[in-house]
Design a protein around this ligand. Structure first.
Ligand SMILES: O=P(O)(O)OC[C@H]1O[C@](O)(COP(=O)(O)O)[C@@H](O)[C@@H]1O
Ligand SMILES: [Mg+2]
Ligand SMILES: [Mg+2]
Length: 357
């Protein structure tokens, strides 16, 4: 067998479908479309400057962020790969303000596809790993154009979530609600090969990831957690910690799935109009699903992230995930200082607590 006895993504999806005798095959087809977009993006990323894909596109997105050439290209590849098959009824992208309206000639399917076509854009020009993140929800009215509100479903409603990582090797990490599985792209066969079935995250860890340049804006609970890690052996934790920050959510997630760790991008007071840095529907929600399915924990810092009912398409949120014991500890620290929260009205309205208290 050219794949060394390992199954391919296609074989894996066929097996999954066998468990659901009523399945139409639409979900498998949609995942295959997405995986094709990821292969095409991987090729562009690999060619880098030779394909003229680095640098800024000279435009901005709905988040007010500078769009990179690859943000725009990757968005287009997702839309083109998923629009013609008739498996999705509508799509929501980080790069588009409103849900994408499928061209009239294409049939509407029964799923909604939500994606961050290129995550970690700031790393493209410096040749550090980037990725794509996606989430699949059920459409409220299969076969018809969805309403924007149809996308506002909590993470618990996801049918599938995954990401592709464009690193030294290209990988696709996927969950359909029965474990988290990683496939490596065989560049010669052009096939995704199941290289890491049923990933399991260690409960404990000594590695944390946070953008420390924001420390003066953190809540007391976050500051306490990080200070205790930094104190190492001599501090209350009694052992040394290691720190990483790649500034690419996909790469950070991948490291944590492979060897454990905890990631924090908490809500802070840097820009009080933003409820966090990361986006709920196409970043935090799918990553949470993957992490939980690998035995980890994913949280807002206070409670389970996948239980949050979204109220806006591009909503941002504080996000903490990784090894279960560490995430539980961070939730506990927040619970011990209930008033001192940037979610609390005391912060926004009366500024009772200093930002760097
Ligand atoms: O630059 P910062 O503040 O460290 O933020 C890094 C975070 O921003 C992101 O790059 C946001 O994703 P996009 O590149 O898709 O906008 C995350 O991948 C990453 O965790
Ligand atoms: Mg992103
Ligand atoms: Mg992005």
């Amino acid at each position: 067998m050219p794949t060394g006895g390992r199954s391919t993504l296609t074989q894996f999806l066929i097996e999954e479908r066998r468990r659901h005798p009523d399945a139409t095959g639409d979900l498998n087809a949609l995942i295959t479309d997405v995986s094709l977009a990821c292969k095409a993006i991987a090729r562009k990323v690999a060619y880098g400057a030779l394909a003229d894909v680095l640098g800024s596109a000279g435009t901005g997105n709905v988040q007010g962020e500078d769009q990179k050439t690859l943000d725009v290209l990757a968005n287009d590849m997702f839309l083109r790969a998923a629009e013609w098959g008739g498996h999705s009824a509508g799509m929501l992208s980080e790069e588009l303000e409103a849900p994408y309206a499928l061209p009239s000639q294409h049939p509407r399917g029964k799923y909604l596809l939500l994606f961050d076509p290129l995550d970690g854009s700031s790393n493209i020009d410096v040749n550090v790993s980037v990725g794509s993140i996606f989430s699949v929800l059920r459409a409220a009215t299969p076969g018809e154009d969805p309403q924007p509100a149809d996308f506002l479903q909590p993470g618990t409603q996801q049918v599938c979530a995954g990401y592709a990582i464009y690193g030294p090797s290209t990988m696709l990490v996927l969950t359909l609600g029965r474990g988290t599985h990683a496939f490596t792209l065989d560049p010669q066969l052009g096939e995704w090969v199941l290289s890491h079935p049923d990933l399991k995250l260690p409960e404990k860890t000594s590695e944390f990831a946070i953008n420390a340049s924001n420390s003066r804006f953190w809540e007391p609970a976050v500051k306490r957690y990080v200070d205790e890690c930094m104190a190492g052996k001599a501090g209350p934790r009694g052992h040394d910690f290691n720190m990483r920050w790649i500034a690419s959510l996909v790469a950070e997630t991948h490291r944590i799935l492979m060897r454990g760790g905890v990631f924090l991008y908490p809500r802070d007071s840097k820009d009080p109009s933003k409820a966090g840095r990361l986006r709920l529907l196409y970043e935090a929600s799918p990553i949470s699903f993957l992490i939980e399915q690998a035995g980890g924990r994913a949280s807002t810092g206070r409670s389970r992230l996948m239980d949050v009912q979204p109220d806006a398409l591009h909503q941002r949120i504080g996000f903490v995930f990784g090894s279960a014991q560490e995430v539980a500890r961070i939730e506990k620290y927040h619970a011990e200082e209930p008033g001192q929260s940037y979610d609390s009205p005391l912060f926004g309205r009366r500024g009772l607590f200093a930002a760097n208290a």
